[in-house]
Write a protein that binds this ligand. Structure first.
Ligand code: ZN
Length: 140
């Protein structure tokens, strides 16, 4: 007689919140880039790694053929080489709101969208998922 026992691990009851980790260097680059495009929007592609609930940003890519306007910035996704390390974008808002616009959500790329608004300081950066929900942001 064969007895098969299934051990099932208890599902963790605590909801683990996703968070984004930015290095000081990445943060500074984003700030400098946003300031250089002001009063227009600037956009960059985020390179990073996802490990469980932590997304660590490891690099920034200037997208080819990007467009920059006071209310819009973007790039043609089909011009991008296929690269799994591309996990989202960061773009600037020359206004004082770092909330995603409808346009931003319609053009969502990857896992995460960072928005930095005027006056482009560390605390002006916010992170969102595809649905426009806030993701915790950490700078180290
Ligand atoms: Zn936007």
């Amino acid at each position: 007689m064969i007895i098969i026992v299934f051990f099932r691990r208890k599902k963790e009851a605590i909801e683990v919140r996703r968070r984004i980790v930015l290095t000081k260097q990445i943060t500074n680059s984003v700030i400098t880039y946003a300031k250089s495009w002001h009063p227009n929007e600037g956009i960059l592609i985020l390179q990073g790694k996802k490990d469980k609930n932590v997304i660590r940003i490891t690099g920034l890519i200037i997208p080819p053929f990007s467009t920059h306007g006071p209310y819009y910035s973007g790039f043609p996704v089909y011009e991008l080489p296929f690269d799994l390390s591309y996990i989202g974008t960061v773009h600037s808002h020359p206004s004082r709101s770092n909330k995603p616009s409808l346009e931003d959500l319609n053009h969502f790329f990857g896992l995460v969208s960072l928005i930095i608004c005027y006056p482009y300081e560390v605390e002006d950066i916010a992170a969102f998922d595809r649905n426009g929900n806030n993701i915790d942001l950490e700078t180290e």
